[in-house]
Design a protein around this ligand. Structure first.
Ligand SMILES: NC(=O)c1ccc[n+]([C@@H]2O[C@H](COP(=O)([O-])OP(=O)(O)OC[C@H]3O[C@@H](n4cnc5c(N)ncnc54)[C@H](O)[C@@H]3O)[C@@H](O)[C@H]2O)c1
Length: 439
């Protein structure tokens, strides 16, 4: 049953709470304000610039997504958040050095009006940072309850809310017994279980308040049975982790192309230089391990070596990230790909992506906030827990237990658009096209 008529309208203010107000967050918020003021265009954002084809090709009907879907309007977005450092968002944006002074001066007073709330933080989980504005409490449950109170206060001034983690990458954690059920997790918060990271306290607080939670970092935050349970129980959507912005975006385009043409891959060496605070945090081996796992997963899942052992059985896949301060937020990502073709003859492909990390990430963060708010208002989506249709945005997409996650960008894009057509009661597009030829 399509939802179109039963989706709650996007009336009133959508409150966006960001955990971590650094480079990505300030680029998102400053960008939204610059766009609202008509100073710039929302380039990179599907919800703002993307269209969706409806009906047959001959219908020539491709409305803007934001006209077709009941999404929150940019004018209705209100921002707040938490960080371990003080200072307003103008200062934070200056520190991040992503946007130029000219842009920042035009929206200065708006950015100065937003100050982060004190954070739930523990240096054991982000070794390279020492916080200055941190909540204190008798145990992890107490900290999570304080976050809930912050959310409850924000509920009084906004109509709907989403929480998005744009905080630092935490150390690598494997799921343990404390993550296996909601009851075990809540007991673990009482007992200060070391398996519970600060990001999970925010996720628990958001989901308990019935609010969607988005994870822009590779942390094991909601990808555990306890959070799946809580998300479904509270009708509060969750999705994958780690924004798919630069190198992994390109990987998820190239790898499906090789597979579609049955070209073999012998090796894929990826390296990056990055000089922002994220790069500094990732210089710690334990945080890097979290990122590495998130970046490594996709090749096997796209190339399916079990199905194609002659082509992909022994790929040597390596990912490096090197902290190099002179580049700031302007990351350079190199890929060397050794492929082979007809009769096994070798070839090479080199990619050098001189990108801007937060410029790529901000529109993804915006789209995810708007789509997760839509999911929370859509009867057939909100009770699902994991929103697999948003895999498009993540390096590590989430999927139902027992189903492998889909990494191929084009399958992800088709799935997302068909999900949107489905909830709006439109025909799905299969690309069969026989009827154009009288078939
Ligand atoms: N920029 C990209 O292209 C991109 C892509 C994918 C993922 N990411 C991830 O997004 C995250 C943010 O990236 P960034 O470039 O904005 O980093 P950043 O270092 O500029 O900002 C992160 C902020 O989070 C804060 N923080 C850390 N722990 C916190 C906590 N417990 N509570 C509240 N605040 C906390 C830090 O003080 C910092 O200000 C990183 O994990 C990064 O790996 C970024």
């Amino acid at each position: 049953m399509p939802d179109a008529a039963s989706i709650q309208p996007a009336k009133g203010k959508l409150g966006i709470m960001t955990v971590g107000m650094g480079a990505v967050c300030t680029t998102l918020i400053a960008g939204v304000e610059a766009i609202r003021k008509g100073l710039a265009k929302p380039i990179g954002s599907l919800t703002q610039m993307g269209t969706i084809r409806l009906g047959k090709r001959t219908d020539a009907n491709s409305p803007l997504m934001r006209d077709f879907l009941p999404l929150a309007k940019l004018d209705d977005l209100v921002f707040t958040g938490w960080d371990i450092f003080g200072g307003n968002l103008y200062d934070a944006a200056k520190t991040a050095q992503v946007l130029d002074n000219e842009t920042l001066e035009k929206i200065r007073s708006y950015l100065e009006s937003i100050e982060p709330m004190p954070a739930a933080f523990d240096q054991n989980y982000v070794k390279r940072l020492t916080g200055t504005r941190i909540k204190s409490g008798k145990n992890k449950r107490d900290l999570a309850d304080q976050i809930r109170k912050d959310i409850q206060a924000f509920k009084k001034t906004t109509d709907r809310q989403v929480v998005i983690w744009t905080g630092s990458t935490e150390i690598f954690l494997e799921p343990t017994a404390v993550h296996q059920s909601l009851a075990a997790f809540e007991k673990g918060m009482d007992n200060d279980d070391p398996g519970i990271a600060p990001s999970q306290l925010y996720a628990w607080a958001a989901l308990t308040e019935g609010i969607p939670f988005i994870n822009g970092a590779p942390n094991l935050t909601v990808d555990i049975p306890a959070m799946y349970e809580l998300s479904r129980k509270m009708n509060a959507p969750i999705c994958g982790r780690d924004f798919k912005t630069g190198q992994t975006l390109i990987k998820s385009v190239l790898a499906p192309a090789f597979k579609a043409r049955m070209l073999g891959v012998a090796g894929w060496y990826s390296t990056n230089i990055l000089g922002n605070r994220d790069g500094e945090v990732l210089d710690d081996p334990e945080s890097f391990k979290t990122k590495e796992e998130s970046k490594l997963g996709l090749l096997d899942l796209i190339l399916q070596p079990d199905l194609y052992p002659d082509l992909y059985k022994n790929i040597f896949h390596k990912v490096r990230i090197n902290y190099y301060p002179p580049r700031g937020d302007n990351k350079e990502g190199w890929d060397n790909i050794d492929i082979f073709g007809w009769l096994g003859y070798p070839m090479q492909l080199k990619v050098d992506f001189l990108c801007r990390d937060s410029i790529l990430a901000a529109p993804l963060a915006l789209d995810l906030c708007l789509f997760m708010d839509l999911a929370a208002r859509t009867p057939s989506l909100k009770g699902l827990g994991i929103q697999e249709w948003l895999s498009f945005y993540f390096k590590a997409p989430d999927s139902a237990p027992g189903v492998y996650p889909e990494h191929d960008l084009f399958i992800q894009s088709m799935k997302m658009k068909n999900t949107l057509r489905h909830i709006m009661g439109e025909d799905l597009i299969t690309h069969l096209g026989l009827d154009y030829y009288g078939g």
